[in-house]
Design a binder for this molecule. Structure first.
Ligand SMILES: Cc1cc2nc3c(=O)[nH]c(=O)nc-3n(C[C@H](O)[C@H](O)[C@H](O)COP(=O)(O)OP(=O)(O)OC[C@H]3O[C@@H](n4cnc5c(N)ncnc54)[C@H](O)[C@@H]3O)c2cc1C
Length: 507
């Protein structure tokens, strides 16, 4: 065990960033840690619904990349990487689905028919950051697409053009969901996101929620206080005379909604950027420095939705035989302008800003390794907002009717049940994850996530997915960010971390 230090640290938020920060501190010499969580569970944006007796993740679901990914390493050590995943080649690109495309006119088409366009679009989102020129992904995609059309002028008949248009929208939906924003003009090409080598989408036995639970179990009893929302953080607003060494008077006071207060030397805030945007003006006393506030305001934070449809049997089983790698992964849906299906079960008649019904544009219906009788559908921001308060019955009926409109070559049975995400209205999450916004300026970089008042005197520190430049928006980004923030504090106190998170778990 490393040398002990008697500083008091309060961590706010028991998502994976808070859990990893608390573990790192407790096992490396700062044992006096309290982890305050507003909700009644540990995990934050990692939470599962039980379907057929096993967890289906409503939040983080996949490990993105293997080599250099601590989450993959932890899951592998715990023997939670299912064998089946190793045959899944979803590695080439973000949008590397199976081969089965259906159009809204009910026709099945092969991926080959649109495959001259998709890799070109893929390159736009895969390419290196454009060095701060502020270009948006929308601009970049539009320019590639119009070049594609002009290069192929005269070769594309109107029917084929309609399919390409639909494929372009389909691709855009993928990017919208991947980045949790419908407005791709706000999504910056300057993201510093690093794609780690290895499968893009690795499932975990017992879900990501199982991983968080295993890690959180390593926290000593009494560290975590659930159902304890923090309402105020009083910090000095300026550097203390003798930072770090000051003992006795503690510079930060944390007040909880239940009236309890805790004095601490350091506070690590891990609440989502959505929550921070909504509450920072009342949460911090004094207010955060203006450049820090601006950096938060300029960071993108968006929303997506997930729907799980549970069936009695996997009616898509037959496709396993017909696909190249003997694994059927998804139905990809191409919405043709000339064939907008009529969905009788849509009683709400809610429309998007562009005048489409809320269910227009479902782009992909995926199978799940962990749940062989479940199909998963993804919703963009606006779809999620518009359908959030509709009844489960209506959403299930609409989703089924959409599937039936596309898949005409065999009957789609009624699902048994539906499970849906509800992140938008959760006051302690307020969305899903952050994204690289075109509004985020060069000067914001310097202030985003920096401790206040300063690195010298880190009274309030920040951790969470949004602060991970390379792995923004991901579970591993959040874990690494919590770990790094704890390291910063340890080093300020002259402690050298010797225990890593992976050392704490065993199969
Ligand atoms: C639908 C969805 C799908 C996703 N899919 C993936 C995926 O497949 N792979 C992947 O890598 N990532 C995925 N992610 C992202 C991943 O879930 C997050 O990046 C990660 O879990 C964020 O962890 P965090 O600790 O930074 O924040 P959070 O998990 O949000 O933790 C913050 C905690 O703070 C608490 N809190 C908020 N306000 C207060 C307060 N005032 N007082 C006390 N506590 C408070 C919250 O309740 C929460 O528990 C997905 C996320 C969502 C929502």
């Amino acid at each position: 065990m490393a040398t002990q230090n008697n500083s008091k640290v309060v961590v706010i938020g028991a998502g994976i960033a808070g859990v990893s920060a608390a573990l790192k501190l407790v096992y490396n010499g700062i044992p006096d840690v309290t982890l305050l969580e507003a909700q009644d569970y540990i995990g934050g944006r990692v939470k599962a619904a039980m379907i057929d007796g096993s967890p289906a993740d409503l939040g983080a679901q996949f490990i993105h990349g293997r080599t250099g990914n601590p989450v993959y390493e932890i899951a592998a050590k715990l023997k939670r990487i299912p064998f089946a995943v190793s045959i899944n080649p979803r590695e080439e690109s973000l949008t590397n689905p199976g081969n089965i495309f259906y159009t809204s006119s009910g026709h099945k088409i092969q991926r080959d028919e649109v495959n001259d366009l998709i890799p070109l679009l893929d390159e736009v989102v895969e390419e290196e950051p454009t060095d701060g020129n502020g270009k948006s992904v929308q601009e970049a995609l539009e320019s590639v697409y119009s070049k594609f059309l002009s290069d192929n002028e005269g070769k594309i008949n109107p029917a084929k053009k309609e399919v390409y248009e639909a494929a372009y929208r389909w691709f855009s939906k993928y990017i919208q969901v991947d980045n949790a924003t419908d407005d791709l003009s706000l999504l910056s090409c300057d993201s510093e996101y690093v794609v780690l080598p290895g499968d893009r989408f690795t499932d975990v036995d017992n879900g990501m929620s199982g991983l968080v639970a295993t890690l959180a179990e390593q926290l000593p009893p009494g560290v975590v206080q659930l159902n304890t929302p923090v309402s105020r953080i009083d910090w000095t607003g300026e550097e203390t005379d003798n930072p770090i060494q000051s003992s006795g008077s503690k510079p930060v006071r944390v007040t909880c909604e239940n009236g309890n207060t805790i004095e601490a030397d350091h506070v690590i805030v891990t609440i989502s950027i959505g929550c921070l945007k909504a509450t920072h003006k009342t949460l911090f006393q004094p207010l955060l420095p203006v450049p820090v506030q601006e950096a938060v305001e300029h960071t993108g934070f968006g929303l997506i939705g997930k729907i799980f449809l549970q069936f009695e049997e996997a009616f898509w089983e037959d496709y396993r035989e017909s696909t190249q790698d003997n694994y059927f992964e998804s139905y990809e849906l191409l919405w043709l302008d000339s064939h907008l299906p009529t969905i009788q079960s849509d009683k709400s008649k809610r429309k998007t800003k562009s005048g489409h019904p809320w269910w227009y544009g479902f782009h992909s219906v995926e199978t799940m390794y962990s749940h062989p009788k479940v199909l998963e559908m993804w919703l963009t921001t606006e779809q999620t907002e518009l359908s959030d308060d509709l009844s489960d019955e209506e959403v299930m009926a609409v989703c089924t009717d959409v599937l039936r409109a596309f898949i005409k070559d065999f009957p789609v049975p009624d699902p048994l049940a539906i499970y849906r995400t509800k992140w938008f209205n959760n006051p302690y999450i307020r969305g899903t994850y952050s994204y690289a916004s075109t509004q985020f300026r060069k000067q914001d970089k310097k202030h985003f996530g920096r401790p206040v008042p300063s690195y010298q005197d880190p009274q309030v520190l920040f951790a969470g997915e949004a602060y991970s430049k390379e792995f923004q928006s991901t579970f591993h980004g959040a874990l690494i960010s919590g770990d790094n923030t704890a390291d910063l504090l340890l080093s300020k106190h002259g402690l050298k971390p010797q225990t890593k998170l992976i050392d704490l778990v065993s199969p």
